[in-house]
Design a protein around this ligand. Structure first.
Ligand SMILES: CC(C)(COP(=O)(O)OP(=O)(O)OC[C@H]1O[C@@H](n2cnc3c(N)ncnc32)[C@H](O)[C@@H]1OP(=O)(O)O)[C@@H](O)C(=O)NCCC(=O)NCCSC(=O)CC(=O)O
Length: 490
């Protein structure tokens, strides 16, 4: 059956599209004819002779000022702006295959390490978690019961961190002596000397390096590291390099008590890490960091306690993931999108939001607030894959399509929740699928204990060429399997 033209013109999507064109180009549509009209009227009033005599009357000093002043103002403006920060490249760890854990082996371990109730709960959570059969956990967790001592934790950190940093130096050709700034983050494992010192020692980094380690800041700490690295880079000489390493240690999932909320991390968290090289030099870089917006709701007790490290009644230590976490994440996201929306959304989306806001104030709460369409600003979304329910909640509140959240769901399936490094696995998935184009905008959304929602926005300035064989390396052995219909977990 054919579609009538009149239906097409008044269909909601076409109306919305026309509205966007008019509002987003309002200034241009209004200003260009107005300026043209004013100039034509003035020219008509003066006539050609008078215009020519005005032009002859201009002195050299006028011409000089007309050229020099805009040039001077433009130079001052450019010099006073903070320097742009670029992503040279990044690397994500695919641990050794001996670390791989299948669902069956996780369930089997739970049977021998937990009581009956705990084992049944874990079996159910593992099935429903959205994780697949190829995620990784450090060998210390393959023991029954888990065997997490300082030496094993340090070994896990060294394995993943050295793997990604080796890979990053190899693929960028940047030498360790060229690193001026180092930022590392890991929430659960914080030995002395720190993980930052571990990297300095291994790669013999310079004695004057600015190094920082961030701990206890949860899964959104990767974006916090980014902000710290960006701020330090902007204060460093032009062309300086910052190395950023984000990881989590699976020692945090060795809880073997009876508290369900503390058992949950073992069903979700897995081994992984990412290393990122940033610079203030655009040449050779692949992305430009355009915005970072950080939100914390830690002032509210409910938010503060929803991912909380504690001892249970029997004195066993673990991380308690409250049932309220998903709702808290939704509230924190709402606060974050107000900040990010004002920076990135086109005027049409801002206007619709403002109109719905005013209508709600005037007509009361029965009027729903308009949820801006973030797909008008971003081509790609990297949403922290904290758990199936977290991804579902973000997809619903931002009205995203299944394809928009595909990188998060497949990362959860292939690598599990690798905490602050998960966003980089998602970016690598998008690139491995060949979806990244020059000019594309990427929104990274990190969630983490506190509670925090931190956003980073990247613009692709160089899409991968045919020679870039390293792109999407962590996915090299599995990209052909995805996407699966993993949203339909029974
Ligand atoms: C765990 C799930 C995959 C389970 O999926 P389901 O569809 O089965 O969920 P459901 O709500 O029906 O719950 C099934 C059963 O699990 C129980 N259940 C669910 N969540 C629980 C929790 N937090 N504590 C204790 N029990 C819990 C329910 O009561 C129910 O039990 P019964 O059936 O007996 O009534 C999902 O709920 C999920 O993804 N939750 C979010 C996980 C999360 O908090 N991720 C953030 C990690 S922290 C992070 O990433 C950041 C950071 O740490 O910084």
């Amino acid at each position: 059956m054919g579609v009538r033209l009149s239906d097409m013109l008044i269909s909601p999507s076409h109306l919305k599209h026309s509205f966007e064109i008019i509002v987003n180009n309002f200034l241009l549509l209004l200003a260009t004819p107005t300026m043209a009209l004013i100039l034509l009227r003035k020219a008509a009033q003066l006539g050609p002779d008078e215009i020519l005599s005005h032009l002859h009357g201009l002195r050299q000093v006028h011409a000089f000022l007309a050229v020099f002043l805009p040039f001077a103002f433009a130079t001052l403006y450019l010099m006073s702006r903070p320097r742009s920060v670029y992503l040279v490249d990044y690397s994500c760890c695919r641990p050794e295959s001996s670390c791989r854990v299948s669902m069956a082996s996780c369930t089997e371990n739970a049977r021998f390490s937990l009581d009956d109730g705990g084992h049944r709960f874990m079996a159910r959570m593992l099935k429903r978690s959205g994780l697949g059969d190829q995620t990784y956990a450090h060998p210390s967790l393959h023991y029954i019961p888990p065997h997490c001592y300082l030496g094993e934790c340090r070994d896990e950190a060294e394995q993943v961190i050295f793997a990604v940093v080796d890979d990053l130096f190899a693929k960028t050709g940047v030498s360790p002596e060229a690193i001026d700034i180092l930022v590392t983050n890991c929430t659960a494992f914080n030995p002395t000397p720190s993980l930052a010192d571990m990297v300095v020692n291994k790669y013999k980094l310079r004695a004057d390096i600015r190094s920082v380690h961030i701990s206890g800041m949860g899964c959104s700490a990767g974006v916090i590291s980014l902000e710290v690295a960006r701020n330090l880079l902007q204060a460093a000489p032009r062309g300086a390099h910052a190395l950023m390493v984000s990881t989590e240690n699976t020692s945090l999932i060795n809880y073997t008590g009876k508290n369900r909320a503390m058992l949950l991390p073992a069903a979700l968290f897995r081994m992984g890490a990412a290393a990122v090289l940033l610079s203030t030099s655009r040449s050779e870089s692949r992305f430009r960091l355009t915005h970072i917006v950080r939100t914390t709701t830690a002032a509210q007790d409910r938010a503060y306690r929803c991912a909380y490290q504690e001892e249970d009644d029997m004195g066993k230590m673990g991380v308690n993931l409250s049932k309220e976490l998903v709702a808290v994440a939704g509230d924190t996201l709402q606060a974050n999108i107000v900040g990010i929306g004002s920076l990135v959304l086109p005027p049409s989306e801002k206007l619709l939001f403002a109109l719905s806001f005013v209508a709600r104030k005037v007509l009361g709460k029965k009027i729903k607030l308009y949820v801006p369409d973030f797909r008008t600003a971003f081509q790609h979304f990297c949403i922290h894959c904290g758990g199936r329910a977290v991804i579902d909640a973000v997809q619903n509140s931002l009205r995203l399509s299944d394809e928009n959240v595909e990188p998060s769901r497949v990362t959860l399936h292939r690598f599990g929740n690798t905490s602050s490094s998960s966003l980089w696995y998602e970016l690598a998935y998008i690139e491995a699928k060949g979806r990244m184009r020059r000019g594309d905008q990427v929104w990274m959304i990190g969630f983490g204990s506190g509670f925090k929602c931190n956003s980073a926005v990247w613009q692709c300035i160089r899409s991968p060429g045919n020679g870039d064989t390293d792109i999407g390396t962590p996915w090299a052995d599995s990209i052909h399997m995805y996407p699966l219909k993993i949203s339909e977990v029974s």
